[in-house]
Design a protein around this ligand. Structure first.
Ligand code: KDG
Ligand code: MG
Length: 402
């Protein structure tokens, strides 16, 4: 069997998605997600101009060799654009292998380790009381684990609070929106939110919260300590994680479980965090961390150090990524939780899939490969629209992390 085509499909059914379709001389194809929010076209070019020509004529079953060829062969290693492109190829090849073997992807990985994949949904509101109500709505929908984000008194906008009740889309068209941030206002408010949530819903639901890279290690340690009475499932991305050693300080001061890694691309981004057991959940996912092949290596290293997976699953990761992630989650021994932000109806129509949500869990399907397809005719009706993630400034105008 040989690869005859590697086609990049860009579509915007409400938001941009980039998909790689690898076609073979036997007519079987595989799909991989290549979406990098706000920087989509750089991955399109990387794939079209630099990867696709190298794939033609290769045996699609040599997944490991192709992965190594693209990683080592680039010379310029790592980085989000390169690793998203490699992930797209890798996911498409695993999908293809499943179709060739006539097996769902989780079977190729080693079979089922669990019946369903525990997911967390995103409840958010403009203020404390609407966020508390939204958490209730997610409980009614069956979620056992809920991420709560709220507008902060005194700040016009903040990360995680959506215009739409169901679908959070931070990427705006045209040019980046500017948000403003105050750490003191935030730190004053967040413990109150979780105190009220525990009062309202009792000990049972798992609560999660995303700081979205905005604190220093000392501030993160303070927040973690303040949240200890509310028994969080995790506190996510407290600080920007380029400096992995920074987590030592947070870890020394709090027992609140820590999650990190949605922006990581390789095992090298989390080597110290994993080996020193500085976090509890690693959030790397299929599309941004080199595909199934590399994610498996990260999960194995994490497992040695009592760290579980908690893959990123925001709406900018396409259903193709979600499908592949669910097969991975169904297999991976040290699974923790999977993020699940629902896609819009338009997106689900462009990407027909066989995974389903039921009572707080997602279940991957049994069709061969990862079980997600693309309707290319429909995809064509939604042309690319330039979109940016917001940027963030402190109240005095200093640039900050969004
Ligand atoms: O593209 C950026 C989003 O995926 C990110 O802001 C979402 O932090 C996020 C999360 O935890 O889902
Ligand atoms: Mg996050």
């Amino acid at each position: 069997m040989k690869i005859t085509e590697a086609r990049v499909i860009v579509t915007c059914p409400g938001r941009n998605f980039v998909t790689l379709k690898i076609v073979t001389d036997e007519g079987i194809y595989g799909l991989g997600d290549a979406t990098l929010n706000g920087r989509e076209l750089s991955v399109v070019s990387y794939l079209q101009d630099h990867v696709a020509p190298c794939l033609i004529g290769r045996d699609p079953q040599q997944i490991e060799d192709i992965w190594q060829y693209l990683y080592r062969g680039a010379y310029w290693r790592r980085g989000p654009v390169t690793m998203t492109a490699i992930a797209a190829v890798d996911t498409a090849l695993w999908d293809l292998k499943g179709k060739i073997a006539n097996l769902p992807l989780y079977q190729l990985l080693g079979g089922r380790s669990r019946t369903g994949v525990l997911v967390y949904g995103h409840a958010n509101g403009a203020d404390l009381s609407s966020t508390i109500d939204e958490v209730g709505r997610y409980r009614e929908m069956g979620y056992k684990a809920i991420r709560a984000q709220s507008g902060i008194p005194g700040l016009d906008s903040t990360y995680g609070v959506s215009k739409d009740r169901m679908f959070y889309e931070p990427a705006d068209n045209d040019l980046p929106t500017e948000n403003f941030w105050s750490t003191s206002k935030y730190l004053d408010f967040v413990p109150k939110l979780f105190e009220k949530l525990r009062d309202a819903y009792g000990p049972e639901p798992h609560f999660l919260h995303d700081v979205h890279h905005r604190l220093t290690p000392l501030e993160a340690a303070q927040l973690g300590k303040m949240l200890e009475p509310y028994r969080m499932f995790w506190l996510e991305d407290t600080v920007p994680a380029e400096n992995q050693e920074g987590f030592r300080l947070i870890r020394q001061h709090t027992t609140t479980p820590l999650a990190v890694g949605e922006v990581f691309n390789t095992i090298w981004d989390c080597k110290t965090l994993l080996q020193e057991q500085l976090v509890d959940y690693i959030r790397t996912t299929v599309v941004h961390a080199g595909g199934i092949t590399h994610l498996r290596r990260i999960a194995d290293l994490a497992g040695l150090h009592h760290i579980r997976t908690g893959s990123h699953g925001a709406t900018d990761l396409s259903p193709v990524c979600m499908g592949a992630a669910l097969h991975f989650d169904t297999w991976v021994p040290n699974f923790g939780i999977q993020e699940y932000m629902r896609h819009t109806e338009e997106t689900d129509e462009v990407f027909p899939h066989d995974y389903r949500f039921e009572d707080g869990f997602l279940y991957c399907g049994e069709s061969p490969g990862h079980g997600v397809d693309i309707d290319e005719t429909l995809a064509e009706k939604y042309p690319y629209q330039r979109a940016f993630l917001p940027v963030n400034r402190l109240e005095d105008g200093t640039m900050w992390n969004w």
